[in-house]
Design a protein around this ligand. Structure first.
Ligand code: GLA
Length: 387
């Protein structure tokens, strides 16, 4: 659904025109997985798929929320009193926008109510940050309307707080920052410790390449325990090594660090993934800046192996995408996002895209898996006001 339909939908629901319309994208992560809650490096870029919100202010302490994407009985306008918003009470889609309002108010910002109508083209449960898109679009709209003067990175932090505390999912800062800060034609090199950023030009088409996203349609859910277990395991690893976060273990000192962990096999695996993954992000940045784009392929492949074997968050469907794509001539491939399902990315020569897509579809069919959704990802704009 486009901006015009969302605007029209608002008028139909609430009887007046919205004060404005905003959009915020989903993302894919090129490299740097599970590093964000270890104060490390990530490199996402924005998808053309966006959440769009038409929003107006209210002054009576009421928040009205509606999504064009929810059908049936659950699909009406949800009316909430701002004073009643409380963490972890809401398990519906409304927790994302309501959580943002809660986080803004908890941080002392004068948000006095709003009417919101939303629609999103970001596939949900596909590891493409549909929830961050919902959070960021609402945060940006309220920041503009209530003239809060918050910067993009501050909005991202508040959205992460909404997700961690209000929704109750222990995620890092990557997705919200990607949605808020990415720029068209670029990947975002982000240091998640201080949120310093560098926009890295990433125009594959100009170099005869493509990046495919393959959504396995295996649904993941972060609030499920595995994500939290990895996070706790990384924190334990940092404590054992006497550092604030695993980011503080230099790649050059990895062997010594692993030696210190001795036969603590779980800590060894988690630490090895995080430290080598941070190194891979820096390598990809260096290669892209040197114009050696094709050379990032092997780094992506190594990243997948590390997530599969050390971090243990892949699944048979994701491995099948990666193995099949590589066997059909892809330059690189890896799972992307939180894992346990969701999507993989495939870097390929433009001329090989059809062969690879067909091979992956056939491999899924002959394994008895549901057909994957394959689309090309072009680095797109971050969150913005549309009207
Ligand atoms: C999810 C989380 C992010 C990040 C990734 C893994 O997308 O929301 O914070 O941890 O998983 O890189």
């Amino acid at each position: 659904m486009g901006a015009v339909q969302v605007r029209d939908g608002f008028v139909e629901l609430y009887g007046t025109a919205p004060e404005g319309v905003w959009s915020a994208p989903g993302r894919v992560n090129l490299i740097g997985e599970h590093t964000d809650y270890n104060d490390g490096f990530v490199m996402p870029f924005a998808l053309p798929h966006t959440a769009i919100a038409a929003v107006s202010r209210r002054t009576d302490g009421v928040l009205r929320l509606h999504s064009a994407d929810i059908e049936g009985d659950a699909g009406g306008v949800v009316e909430l009193r701002l004073d009643d918003l409380a963490p972890e009470a809401d398990h519906n889609w409304t927790a994302y926008p309501a959580g943002v309002v809660w986080a803004l108010r908890e941080a002392g910002h004068a948000v006095t109510g709003a009417d919101v109508h939303l629609s999103s083209t970001v596939p949900s449960g596909a590891g493409l940050s549909s929830s961050a898109a919902l959070e960021v679009v609402v945060a940006l709209a309220l920041n503009d309307l209530f003239e809060l003067g918050l910067q993009r990175w501050q909005l991202a932090r508040l959205c992460q707080r909404a997700e961690n505390v209000y929704v109750g999912a222990p995620t890092g800062i990557m997705d919200q920052t990607a949605s808020a800060c990415c720029e068209e034609g670029h990947a975002l090199f982000l240091d998640t410790r201080d949120l310093s950023q560098k926009q890295i030009p990433f125009d594959l088409a100009a170099e005869g390449m493509r990046l495919l996203v393959v959504d396995t349609r295996v649904k993941h859910a972060h609030s499920d325990g595995e994500y939290g277990k990895r996070r706790a395991g990384c924190e334990r690893g940092a404590a054992l090594l006497g550092v604030d976060a695993l980011r503080d273990v230099p790649y050059t000192e990895l062997d010594a660090a692993l030696e210190r962990l001795g036969d603590d096999e779980e800590a060894v695996r988690l630490v090895r993934h995080i430290v080598t993954e941070d190194e891979r992000v820096e390598k990809v940045v260096a290669l892209l800046e040197a114009g050696e784009t094709r050379a990032i392929g092997p780094v992506l492949i190594a990243g997948h192996a590390s997530l599969r074997d050390d971090f243990r968050i892949s699944c048979p469907e994701l491995d099948l995408v990666v193995d099949t794509a590589l066997a059909s001539g892809a330059l690189g491939a890896r799972m992307t996002g939180g894992g346990f399902g969701g999507s993989a990315i495939v870097l390929a020569e433009a001329a090989d895209v059809d062969t690879i897509t067909k091979a992956v579809e056939e491999a899924f069919a002959s394994s008895g898996y549901a057909a994957p959704r394959v689309f090309e990802a072009v680095p797109s704009a971050g969150a913005r006001r549309l009207s």
